[in-house]
Ligand binder design. Structure first.
Ligand SMILES: [Mn+2]
Length: 363
């Protein structure tokens, strides 16, 4: 058994033909995808033509046609599974759980630590089953004997593992290598049993995270200047920017920060030398990015994602049309949608504020 992680910079996020050719060379019979594949109709067909079986596990939105193979995705229109909010790793975990139960194996709970990290890092709602995955996973992380997890906690200075420390300390360090260099090293961290090696990798992740922060600041500053010069925020409802100098692995985070600041959908694109632009978008509640990009499908090379986050590739010459069309769709929305909102879960009285309540909601 082996794993393959598409290189974000050269391959994009999902399955692609070159990857399938490579995987075939390894004498593979079966491919199981995680967190990708739901839009890869052609690629799946190709893999099957080469004689491989393929199981898709994904949680991204489904387009009208889904790949002709085994597809596990709670967002399938015909899927009755109650938890529609599973993270990509959560869907994969359900497959493991089902197989382990079918063959009466024990120990699938041992994966809950990794699944909790993935669930938080994938930014899904932590309610229902996701909350159970996270709370059980946190317990495992707290006392983990896995040397990769111990090393990562060590470099990040974490003593008490909470969803906060996963979201802001653990996940960014793991993601940094996927964004800047090679995500395989992170898999090595979680699978090695060599403590020295784990510590070495954890330190490397830490260093890559620092570079990521620096790149992120640079892109953010450039984007802010471009917005100031090229956009009229009283009129433009969607922000789309592109640059040949940006790092495609980092633009998504910057888009999130711009959404926070301006409270409107933001797409950041990186231009390549062939005239194509690849990037990420983040949106606000009420403006479904996936659906709106679907309406622009005719001018996009490729796209996929969710309501609030998506990835896309477009020809540089089509960017202006994309801006115009997205703005047109956004103008159909109520102007109030573009005001920042404060979400309040519930009202509490002073009597409710006790140590017990704090303890209950801590994680
Ligand atoms: Mn995902």
């Amino acid at each position: 058994m082996s794993f393959y992680i598409p290189d974000r910079l050269n391959e994009g996020y999902g399955i692609n033909k070159d990857a399938i050719d490579y995987i075939k060379q390894l004498a593979t019979d079966l491919i199981i995808t995680v967190d990708c594949g739901i839009t890869a109709v052609e690629e799946v067909k190709y893999a099957r033509e080469l004689g491989m079986d393929i199981i898709i596990t994904d949680h991204h939105e489904c387009k009208e046609i889904i790949p002709d193979t085994y597809v596990i995705n709670p967002k399938r229109h015909d899927c009755t599974y109650p938890n529609k909010n599973l993270a990509g790793c959560g869907v994969a975990f359900k497959l493991v759980q089902a197989l382990w139960m079918k063959y009466n194996l024990s120990g699938f709970e041992e994966l809950l630590d990794i699944c909790a990290i993935g669930t938080i890092a994938d930014i899904v709602e932590i309610t229902g089953e996701n909350r159970i995955i996270v709370s059980q996973g946190l317990k495992k992380l707290q006392n983990s004997e896995k040397c990769g997890i111990k090393a990562l906690k060590n470099v990040a200075g974490i003593t008490d593992v909470t969803s906060y420390s996963i979201a802001f300390q653990i996940a960014p360090r793991i993601n940094a290598v996927g964004r800047l260099s090679d995500a395989r090293i992170a898999v090595e961290l979680f699978t090695t049993t060599d403590e020295d090696k784990a510590m070495q990798i954890a330190k490397y992740l830490d260093q890559e995270n620092r570079s990521r922060q620096k790149i992120e600041e640079e892109i953010l500053n450039e984007a802010l200047i471009m917005i100031q010069n090229n956009f009229d925020l009283s009129n433009d409802r969607v922000i789309v920017l592109s640059s040949p100098f940006w790092h495609v692995g980092v633009v998504g985070i910057v888009a999130s920060r711009l959404v926070e600041r301006f409270h409107r959908p933001v797409i950041l694109l990186c231009e390549d030398k062939e005239g194509f632009c690849k990037g990420s978008g983040r949106s606000i509640e009420g403006f479904n990015l996936f659906e709106n990009l679907l309406k622009c499908e005719d001018i996009l090379v490729k796209f996929g994602g969710h309501e609030l986050a998506a990835g896309l590739t477009i020809e540089k010459s089509k960017i202006n049309e994309l801006i115009e069309r997205l703005n047109e769709y956004a103008k159909e929305m109520d102007v109030e949608m573009f005001l920042p909102k404060l979400y309040i879960d519930l009202e509490m009285t002073t009597e409710d504020i006790t140590f017990e309540t704090a303890e209950e909601i801590k994680n």
